[in-house]
Design a protein around this ligand. Structure first.
Ligand code: SF4
Ligand code: FES
Length: 136
């Protein structure tokens, strides 16, 4: 089962799915006093406003970070009319939008919002990127 971690501060809960993280570092660069990969817990939202947390989460390219707002049930962002694919130089193909993935064994899974597909074939989490392209 996929691991899901939650970090709540005031009305915002930051949700992290480590299995989707491609280690881009966008979160760390945006809010270094919140996202501290060398500390435990690595997300320390105290001291940030809700807007700052939401802004940082929206910069996560992989969908590993999402958020919920207490008492609100609205989507993080509009689902695009067209599926968008962003090719990262020497990195993954990031698909923006909900997609249904059929694996070689015939199993089907649905990924919402964003998915990062490995293009270097070195990911330990193939077909999804796990950041291993940085070592290739
Ligand atoms: S993929 Fe998301 S959670 Fe992982 S380092 Fe990048 S911004 Fe942070
Ligand atoms: S493209 Fe990221 S691990 Fe292959």
């Amino acid at each position: 089962m996929d691991i899901i971690k939650k970090y709540t501060h005031n009305e915002v809960t930051v949700v992290w799915k480590p299995g989707l993280c491609i280690h881009s570092g966008n979160c760390v660069r945006t809010l270094p006093h919140v996202f501290k990969p060398k500390e435990k817990p690595w997300v320390q939202p105290e001291g940030s406003t809700s807007e700052q947390l939401i802004d940082a989460v929206k910069k996560c390219p992989s969908g590993a970070l999402t958020y919920t707002i207490e008492n609100k049930n609205e989507p993080m962002e509009e689902t695009p009319e067209k599926i968008k694919v962003n090719l990262i130089e020497n990195g993954p193909a990031i698909v923006v939008g909900t997609c249904e993935i059929t694996h070689p064994d015939g199993s089907v899974e649905t990924r919402e919002r964003r998915s990062s597909f490995c293009r270097c074939a070195k990911s330990a989490n193939f077909p999804f990127c796990d950041g291993s392209h940085k070592n290739v």
